[in-house]
Design a binder for this molecule. Structure first.
Ligand SMILES: Nc1ncnc2c1ncn2[C@@H]1O[C@H](COP(=O)(O)OP(=O)(O)OP(=O)(O)O)[C@@H](O)[C@H]1O
Length: 616
């Protein structure tokens, strides 16, 4: 991962800032004022003396924003692309149209049916495609959008391409009818604001961190105990449900449906809204929906006048705008605004929280880990050749060898990233050779990566809190309802404690991507420690560090050993390995060359030859 180190002044400023203001400073008020102003404007709009046209426009923006919100979660947060959101809007719209017009069912009951149907379709699509890597999901969503469009247009009971008319307007059960634009507006925007709030809360939670960790690869997330498949399916279903709610509202607002607004074109337009608005931000959905609606209207007037003929020219203009946005405002309009707003700092509200329960550590000297004749073949290449070694509680075991010796492969076999061709890996007395990474993490093995893997746009504290994922239980729903705060405080307290342990708590509010490489490596160690591991695996933690940073790292590792932690260390810096490790396994060409104390290893002619490249 390419990361930009913050300038020395930036870091000093940040640390000073935190010290001066105390770490419990609240977010500056510009954001809060902006939020209040926005909600006030949304609430006041219908009572202002403005033409009905503007209310209708605001309703369309709200309908679009609901769909775009789902895409923020799916594309911006989890990193999946869907061209099929318009089709989910169609499921919501057609289900309610069919049931309310054909069978006189209450629209609210029809909403439940629409949501159930949408969830079923989304789960099936996600289940089939997300197990496969590559572009299967985007392709499947395209196929889904195309097939639903033609299906709707060819079913007699759904009125073919003419659709269904005479859909009743909504009314609050036992309350008023929402049959005017202004009354409908309140229901719709109430739902939009609630959905935006729910997604914001979700992102600021244990499940939210897990969802964000999935973007850009699953290895790190799985190593933190996150079920990445479940996270992806969950995000896909939630995005589909938001689209279906938009469709349900759309049908009762328009009072008629036909297949055209639910085709692939519209699916692309929804994606365009999310990207234009800023796919990484909840506000991006609102900005994108507003901008696209505005552009749509302007272009529909302007383009025919300019070009002298009628047609769907705005699609071409959208394409050009998208290219320009991707070129000059890659993260969307909201990211551009967000960068200019005061940085958000989390208030420290966890001091009084109960600490998380700790694992019982094995007695010093007990064998915690064992590899027995572990072998890994890549085609004809034997990367790890019947390797056996064990690690005892409370020691630092080094795993060294020249480039290509098989150390990283061994690491991946041990942590469940790769499956061994043969042999056995045991941890805590149990066989784990067939276990997935996340299940190994739950058993008490935690790791760092040769190339730092983190969430660069999230704070250092949040990155470290991800490490404690397996120690929490709060669900996404409880996060949306803010019923997870007690556990969240405990997780944050743990993350803070681990940052203090490695001497980095002053940087906890900094964006992880702004840290220098040495600090990022230390942050990874804090993250691994937050899982309360029995065995800590460090993959070349000193790579790329300067002398002083290496000294700091060595000091941290010594301290951890004193506290009784067991460490398996892969490292190229021989000086560090020899000074730190209790025992060392030396590998060459996938085979164990020898095992012993640093003194033995250093004196061994075969080891010297392996490193110097001479015959032995
Ligand atoms: N996925 C893979 N497919 C094919 N060959 C692989 C794969 N992963 C590793 N190898 C090969 O296995 C051998 C061992 O590689 P590995 O990365 O484990 O060595 P290493 O000791 O970690 O090296 P380094 O110190 O350079 O990281 C190398 O020859 C490498 O090319």
């Amino acid at each position: 991962m390419i990361v930009q180190a913050a300038s020395k002044e930036d870091q000093t400023r940040l640390v000073d800032d935190v010290r001066k203001h105390g770490t419990s400073r609240r977010t500056p008020t510009v954001r809060a004022v902006g939020l209040i102003a926005f909600v006030a404007l949304v609430a006041a709009l219908p009572v202002l003396p403005i033409p009905e046209f503007w209310i209708t426009q605001a309703i369309y923006i709200g309908l679009y924003a609901l769909v775009a919100l789902g895409l923020i979660l799916l594309t911006g947060i989890v990193g999946l692309t869907s061209f099929g959101q318009a089709a989910f809007v169609g499921v919501g719209a057609y289900t309610t149209a069919f049931l309310t017009v054909g069978y006189g069912i209450s629209p609210w009951l029809a909403l439940l049916v629409a949501l159930a149907l949408t969830a079923a379709v989304a789960v099936i699509l996600a289940w089939i495609t997300l197990r496969m890597s590559g572009h299967y999901l985007p392709l499947a969503t395209m196929a889904w959008a195309l097939s639903l469009y033609y299906l709707l247009g060819n079913i007699d009971a759904l009125g073919k391409y003419d659709g269904i008319v005479g859909i009743p307007s909504l009314s609050i059960p036992g309350g008023p009818a929402l049959d005017t634009g202004r009354s409908f507006y309140y229901l719709l925007w109430g739902i939009v604001v609630l959905a935006a709030l729910a997604i914001t809360r979700l992102l600021d939670s244990r499940v939210g961190r897990a969802l964000r960790s999935v973007k850009g690869g699953t290895t790190m997330a799985e190593a933190m105990g996150v079920d990445t498949f479940k996270a992806k399916v969950g995000a896909f279903v939630l995005a589909a449900l938001l689209a279906a709610i938009s469709g349900w509202l759309f049908a009762h607002f328009q009072r008629a449906v036909n297949p055209s607004p639910f085709g692939l074109n519209k699916g692309i337009e929804y994606l365009f809204m999310a990207v234009l608005g800023g796919v990484g931000h909840v506000w991006g959905a609102l900005a994108g929906a507003g901008l696209v609606k505005f552009l749509e209207d302007r272009l529909r007037e302007l383009l025919p006048a300019l070009l002298g003929s009628n047609g769907n020219f705005e699609i071409i203009a959208f394409g050009v705008i998208l290219i320009l946005v991707l070129q000059f405002m890659r993260d969307g309009v909201w990211a551009f605004i967000d960068r200019r707003l005061p940085r958000q700092m989390r208030a420290i509200d966890w001091r009084a929280a109960d600490p998380l329960a700790r694992r019982v550590q094995p007695a010093r000297g007990e064998t915690v880990f064992e590899a027995r004749d572990v072998r890994k073949e890549f085609g004809g290449l034997v990367a790890v050749n019947d390797l056996s070694f064990s690690v005892r509680a409370g020691e630092i075991m080094g795993l060294i060898g020249p480039n290509g010796a098989g150390k990283s492969t061994t690491f991946n076999l041990v942590t469940g990233v790769l499956r061994a061709t043969s042999g056995e890996v045991r941890f805590g007395g149990q066989e784990i050779s067939r276990c997935a990474s996340r299940s190994i993490a739950r058993r008490g093995m935690s790791r760092t990566f040769q190339h730092v893997k983190m969430m660069p746009t999230m704070s250092v504290l949040e990155n470290v809190a991800l490490g404690a994922h397996i120690r929490g239980h709060a669900t996404g729903l409880s996060a949306m309802l803010r019923m997870d705060r007690n556990e969240e405080k405990r997780l944050m307290k743990e993350a803070h404690r681990q940052l203090e342990r490695i001497g980095m708590s002053a940087l906890m509010h900094e964006r992880a991507g702004n840290l220098a490489l040495g600090q990022q490596r230390l942050m990874e160690i804090a993250r691994a420690l937050a899982s309360d591991p029995i065995l800590l695996l460090l993959d070349e933690p000193a790579a790329g560090l300067r002398h002083k940073e290496k000294e700091q790292l060595a000091e941290v590792l010594r301290q951890l050993r004193t506290e009784g932690l067991t460490i398996l260390l892969v490292e190229h810096d021989m000086d560090m390995v020899m000074r730190l490790c209790d025992r060392i396994v030396v590998m060459e060409f996938g085979t164990k060359l020898m095992e012993g104390t640093p003194t033995h290893v250093q004196a061994d002619p075969a080891v010297q030859a392996a490193y110097l490249g001479t015959e032995h």
